[in-house]
Design a protein around this ligand. Structure first.
Ligand code: HEC
Length: 149
């Protein structure tokens, strides 16, 4: 009942993802392993996406991913190299993996960047907010979709 109480308290709609998480992306926007359409209705900006990709207070994707030719001192290899990800995945497939990679692999260590987490999983001040905005997700999609090795 504690979780239900929290949901009622916050007025958070219990969505398919469960109580305490609000669906930021409507279920009918998912198609297979992709989210085919832009979250904002507009294309993103690849330059801004590159900045978010490396920023510590943004995605900090370089913590786990290498992109060849990117001028950053340290890049991790916990996740696959993304140097040619645009040749391997469609923009829609890239979008879904950034929004919520756990939909494909429940055990993934990759954070869900555009999902609202349950209250007990996030630090104070971040409750109810996704890690990235929809615009930042689109910028990342535009950046990564253009990487073809
Ligand atoms: C904590 C480590 C970690 C961080 C941080 C992280 N990822 Fe990932 N990512 C992974 C792992 C691991 C996978 C492999 C998929 C899996 O775990 O099932 C992955 C997979 C992906 C894929 C699919 C790649 C493929 O070849 O199939 C994309 C695209 C991706 N990540 C983008 C990003 C972006 C963009 C960010 C930053 C916003 C990011 N990742 C941050 C760990 C991470």
């Amino acid at each position: 009942m504690r979780a239900l109480g929290t949901c009622l308290l916050l007025g958070v709609a219990a969505a398919a993802t469960g109580c305490g998480e609000r669906a930021l992306v409507a279920p009918d926007r998912f198609s297979g392993d992709a989210i085919p359409h832009s979250l904002t209705g507009m294309p993103g900006d690849p330059e801004a996406g590159r900045a978010t990709f490396v920023a510590r207070d943004g995605g900090h994707c370089v913590l786990c991913h290498v992109v060849a030719g990117l001028d950053v001192p340290f890049q991790g290899n916990v996740g696959p190299a993304l140097s040619d990800v645009g040749a391997r995945l469609t923009p829609g497939q890239i979008r879904l993996r950034i929004v919520d990679a756990s939909r494909l692999n429940p055990d993934t260590v990759m954070p869900a960047y555009y999902r609202v987490h349950g209250l007990n999983q996030v630090s104070r001040g971040l409750e109810g907010k996704p890690v990235l905005s929809s615009g930042q997700v689109e910028d990342l999609v535009a950046y990564l979709a253009a990487l073809d090795g």
